[in-house]
Design a binder for this molecule. Structure first.
Ligand SMILES: CC(C)(COP(=O)(O)OP(=O)(O)OC[C@H]1O[C@@H](n2cnc3c(N)ncnc32)[C@H](O)[C@@H]1OP(=O)(O)O)[C@@H](O)C(=O)NCCC(=O)NCCS
Length: 183
């Protein structure tokens, strides 16, 4: 009996997306961290004194190779794995911004625009988009990058709401989002 050949992986060379032009790499987005000035609520002075500002990380990037263990039977990235990576990026972004314990309470506007072929690289870009009193919203994009070519395409995006918690597990104020440094 002849051994069956393994199913063909969805690589960039065989994938239908291959015929579409890729966006050039945006070199301005290569820094791992964008900084914002935001008051540090834990060291807030009493009313009337000037508020000290600290520089906070408001953007976080994570990069993953898409290996077979991450894909579905179509050899493209499994949606649940994509959501897990997006939630991780939002979590790290929120943690670096608050320097507090944070938990996800909501996700919205998840939109999967393109399949992510096995064997590509994905880059997750998470940015603090809005702050409330104890919550913050982090916008996350996931970009596909072929391993053997320059260029990238937006695969999916979504928004995650996280809440900062104190040592007692109760919500605590987050620093309000202020102006981006260098903006
Ligand atoms: C986080 C938690 C302690 C907050 O408790 P809570 O009783 O909802 O607290 P509050 O009502 O004071 O809400 C706190 C903030 O969260 C926001 N929030 C709570 N639930 C929300 C939801 N489902 N969607 C959007 N925002 C939400 C509130 O609007 C509020 O924001 P603000 O202070 O900026 O105005 C509780 O919801 C919890 O433990 N959730 C489970 C989290 C979890 O296990 N996540 C998965 C693992 S990370």
């Amino acid at each position: 009996m002849r051994a069956r050949s393994p199913p063909r992986a969805a690589s960039w060379d065989t994938h239908p997306l291959q015929s579409q032009p890729l966006q050039p790499v945006d070199r301005s987005r290569e820094l791992c961290t964008a900084l914002v000035s935001a008051p540090d609520v834990r060291t807030s002075p009493s009313e009337g004194e000037s508020m000290p500002t600290t520089t906070r990380a408001a953007e976080t990037r994570l990069v993953h190779p898409v290996f077979p263990s991450d894909t579905n039977h179509y050899h493209t990235l499994f949606g649940g794995q994509a959501m897990a990576w997006m939630d991780q990026a939002a979590f790290i972004c929120a943690t670096r911004y608050c320097r507090r314990r944070v938990v996800t309470v909501h996700s919205s506007d998840l939109s999967f625009r393109r399949p992510v072929p096995e064997g590509s690289i994905v880059e997750l870009v998470a940015q603090v988009a809005r702050t409330g009193r104890t919550s913050l919203e982090v916008a996350v994009e996931m970009w596909i990058e072929p391993m053997e070519r320059e260029g990238r395409e937006l695969a999916c995006r979504g928004a995650f709401t996280l809440v900062a918690l104190g040592d007692d597990g109760k919500p605590v104020p987050v620093p309000p989002l202020a102006q981006r440094v260098g903006a």
